[in-house]
Design a protein around this ligand. Structure first.
Ligand SMILES: Nc1ncnc2c1ncn2[C@@H]1O[C@H](COP(=O)(O)OP(=O)(O)O)[C@@H](O)[C@H]1O
Ligand SMILES: [Mg+2]
Length: 222
């Protein structure tokens, strides 16, 4: 007998462009991301939007790239003290609304879903402490040469992840947009070209959050 996990609208916590995000029905430390059917996606007329309409398989390719980047990073860092700047990914679960990607949740201290960098920037509630947390994550992205050329402010979430023994330290976690997201893999090559891509991405992130990016120190400030 096969059984699928039942996700109800009450479990829905967030919705991105591509994916609907649900709390796991019995485990708050986990989220389930389900790809939205393409008819329910807002029509986008930029390059990626057009590619999605014509080649829906590129969306699947993005997921595949995200997982392969996750594998590359984790297999390259077996040391127990490694603190991944991106959310851990635990594979797939069958759900009543389709295939779900199981991932860890980033939560506020009260157990609600953490806020994104985008939401905090928009509400002008980004504190100095938040900027320190963002800088710590950015430093780990550069140090580990992570392919993340889609650093959108809504893909960073502030909060705590479960460390197996309750909520871990507060951090700013990259929850989406890693792996080579381009249909044409312009930046899937070397470390040097990846750094150029990361730098461009940080400049864009600064513009979108009204922060300043310092490319010499690889840090953001007000
Ligand atoms: N691991 C996570 N912890 C907390 N919130 C998350 C997590 N992953 C995603 N979210 C929330 O869900 C939104 C959409 O998820 P995301 O993975 O970015 O989907 P999409 O591919 O549609 O952009 C994010 O902008 C964020 O608000
Ligand atoms: Mg996203």
């Amino acid at each position: 007998m096969t059984s699928a996990l039942n996700l109800s609208p009450t479990n829905l916590v967030a919705s991105g462009v591509q994916r609907a995000v649900y709390f796991h029905p019995t485990d708050r430390t986990k989220l389930i991301k389900v790809l939205k059917p393409s008819t329910k996606m807002p029509r986008r007329n930029n390059f990626n939007g057009i590619v999605d309409r014509w080649f829906p398989s590129t969306r699947l390719r993005q997921i595949r790239k995200e997982y392969s980047e996750y594998l590359r990073i984790m297999l390259g860092h077996p040391e127990p003290e490694f603190r991944a700047p991106m959310s851990h990914m635990f594979g797939f679960v069958s759900t009543n609304i389709g295939l779900g990607c199981l991932t860890e949740s980033v939560l506020n201290a009260d157990g609600t879903l953490g806020q994104t960098l985008g939401a905090k920037a928009k509400a002008q509630t980004l504190s100095d402490h938040d900027i320190d947390l963002l800088n710590d994550t950015i430093a780990r992205i550069f140090a580990n040469d992570i392919r993340a050329s889609d650093m959108n402010p809504n893909n960073f979430v502030f909060g705590h992840r479960d460390n197996g023994d309750g909520p871990g330290q507060e951090e700013c976690v990259l929850v989406d947009g890693f792996g080579d997201i381009h249909a044409i893999p312009v930046r899937s090559m070397g470390k040097w070209s990846n750094r150029i891509g990361l730098n461009d991405s940080c400049e864009r992130l600064a513009r979108n959050t009204k922060l300043t990016w310092h490319k010499n120190t690889l840090q953001f400030s007000r």
